[in-house]
Design a protein around this ligand. Structure first.
Ligand code: SAT
Ligand code: MN
Length: 580
């Protein structure tokens, strides 16, 4: 196979001349091709078949123990002007980065297969979708891209029609962390990644394209590429609301997207459109609409159990690739929070011994096609996307941030998003549990200067006819003895109910300097196991603590100097003044 697109042909030829693969395979995206990749990886040891009776077509991949998460310190945005990347990104001059990467890629595919993977982010016939081509020497990446994206012939046909695509070059290299780099060249619509076979570093359609490069394109073209789940909420009256919610990695996006209503909320329905990324466009009527550019999930496995996320638990019973989970004695996958079975072999392939830590890696993942989920909405394939009613920001904060509060305006919502903070998780290499600013949950993913990014967000105020209401949630508040105050999971629908009622102007609220909060009687807590006083604690706004928080937000915002929009500072001053 080859292509009528000369740019693509020339690029593949140039990459092959540099990396010297033994053979070239153009991916057509067929099921037969997927089965071939799986068979090949079983032979090479890259995949281990799981118990085919209980987990049909499920496989385990063990990554190198030094390669289990995104590496933010090795991820760069290489723009001609350093300020374009901003203090929120690592920066390298494009010429220097190209020289470094050319040296690292030279001969790296010797003896290996070079896969050419054309893919489309978003429904194949949507004007909002964008295509890319990933070149990789990893069969694991090719198989994951088949599950995660619309990959193969149809995508190639669109590329040949449009003539435009994002290029992503990836090689697993020698997995030496000293020779590992994930480079983005937004001005060239180019990504180069070497030395890691892990998810966000290697599946270039996901964070690298659909967030870092897409956010850059989105600013130029007037839309938004965001780290958001997309979910449809239907109330018992049959009214539907579409919510985009931005939480950092491993903070429950997949769980919220697949939520199962608690028993006491009969008649409520939740349908999943996406669990990680949303692209938001203004339509001709000035309404913000969203598509999910992905077609599959790369979800955190630990904690996925019948009580926490039954939909995901059932979804990953077949046709799933597991990465870095443990094994039971009879060859089933096992992870902490699974709820049954016992680990026999840990994620590194050693006999399980609790002294070595968790049996499954805390950032172990499942890769699965979204079509397998029973809550998947057919609207995820609608080229027009869905109209967004509410945008929800959130983080993992044991104190301060209330269960839910609503911004007073779009501008206030942008400030709320810019001030998001969250405790770090195992999704990225580094210390876990440290609170850091993670604006709009985009700290690791915004492909340009956050100052310009907030300006772009603010610009929607002028361009849109009707903007979604903006909220902030925090499912992770703890009491003094370190217990969670809120049960989370399915019960989060009680908070979402309030959000939908606010969108429909059906419920009042308590006005505070940080935003509108529910009266505690407006959160339906029938049948919830809450400690006495918990709801009041969850909805408390402590002015002293918030003054300190706003001072810390100001210090953070000042890092962006002249690029920081004046409107954001004005809004910040307003909140501080109201706090007294
Ligand atoms: O590793 S990924 O970036 O794909 C997943 C995540 O961290 O959100
Ligand atoms: Mn994510």
């Amino acid at each position: 196979m080859t292509t009528s697109n000369a740019d693509l042909r020339d690029w593949v030829d140039a990459v092959a001349a540099l990396t010297k693969p033994a053979r070239i395979h153009w991916c057509d995206g067929s099921d037969a091709e997927y089965q071939g990749l799986v068979a090949e990886m079983q032979k090479s040891g890259d995949l281990i078949a799981l118990n085919q009776k209980t987990y049909p077509n499920c496989y385990l991949h063990r990554s190198n123990p030094s390669d289990v998460a995104r590496v933010e310190h090795l991820t760069f945005v290489c723009t001609n002007d350093r300020d374009a990347a901003g203090p929120n990104n690592n920066w390298m001059a494009p010429t220097q980065a190209h020289q470094k990467m050319d040296e690292l890629f030279a001969g790296t595919m010797q003896g290996r297969t070079l896969y050419v993977i054309p893919y489309c982010m978003g429904p194949i016939d949507s004007p909002y979708s964008r295509c890319g081509v990933e070149i990789t020497d990893s069969a694991y990446v090719a198989a994951n891209m088949k599950l995660m994206t619309r990959m193969g012939s149809a995508a190639l046909a669109r590329i040949e029609r449009e003539g435009k695509f994002v290029r992503g070059l990836h090689s697993t290299g020698d997995l030496n962390p000293d020779r590992r780099f994930i480079m983005h060249f937004p001005e060239e619509l180019l990504i180069q990644s070497i030395g890691s076979g892990y998810g966000g570093n290697a599946l270039l359609g996901k964070k690298c394209h659909a967030l870092r490069i897409a956010s850059w394109q989105a600013r130029q073209e007037g839309w938004l590429a965001e780290h958001m789940l997309l979910v449809e909420i239907e109330n018992p009256a049959g009214e539907r609301f579409y919510i985009g919610a931005a939480f950092p990695s491993a903070c429950g996006k997949t769980n919220l997207a697949m939520l199962i209503p608690p028993e006491s909320m009969a008649g409520w329905k939740v349908r999943t459109l996406g669990d990680d990324i949303a692209w938001l466009h203004l339509d001709d009527e000035g309404q913000l609409r969203a598509i999910n550019p992905e077609a599959g999930y790369f979800g955190v496995v630990p904690g996925t159990g019948p009580a926490t996320n039954r939909n995901a638990y059932d979804m990953i019973r077949h046709d799933t690739i597991f990465t870095n989970v443990a094994l039971t004695a009879d060859g089933e996958p096992w992870w902490e929070g699974k709820g049954d079975g016992q680990p026999a072999i840990d994620w590194q392939g050693r006999p399980h011994d609790a002294k070595n830590g968790p049996a499954a890696h805390p950032n172990s993942r499942f890769t699965v096609s979204a079509r397998q989920g029973s809550s998947y909405s057919p609207l995820a394939d609608d080229p027009r996307g869905v109209p967004i009613s509410a945008i929800v920001f959130g983080g993992r904060r044991r104190e301060l941030a209330p269960l839910v509060y609503q911004a007073k305006s779009w501008r206030h919502g942008v400030l709320m998003g810019a001030g998001v903070a969250s405790e770090t998780t195992a999704a990225a290499t580094g210390t876990v549990g440290v609170t850091r600013r993670d604006p709009m949950a985009m700290k690791p993913f915004c492909g340009y200067n956050f100052g310009d990014y907030w300006n772009h967000w603010l610009s929607f105020e002028k361009r849109a006819k009707k903007l979604p209401a903006v909220f902030h949630v925090n499912w992770f508040r703890q009491d003094d003895s370190g217990h969670f105050l809120w049960p989370g999971f399915g019960d989060n629908l009680r908070v979402i109910q309030w959000i939908t009622e606010r969108c429909a102007a059906k419920v009042g609220a308590r006005e505070t300097p940080i935003g509108f909060l529910p009266h505690s009687t407006d959160i339906d807590s029938r049948g919830v196991d809450l400690k006495p006083g918990a709801l009041d604690a969850l909805l408390k706004v402590d002015a002293g603590q918030w003054r300190a928080e706003m001072a810390s937000v100001a210090t953070y915002l000042q890092e962006f100097g002249e690029r920081l929009p004046a409107e954001l500072l004005d809004e910040h001053r307003r909140v501080v003044k109201d706090l007294g």
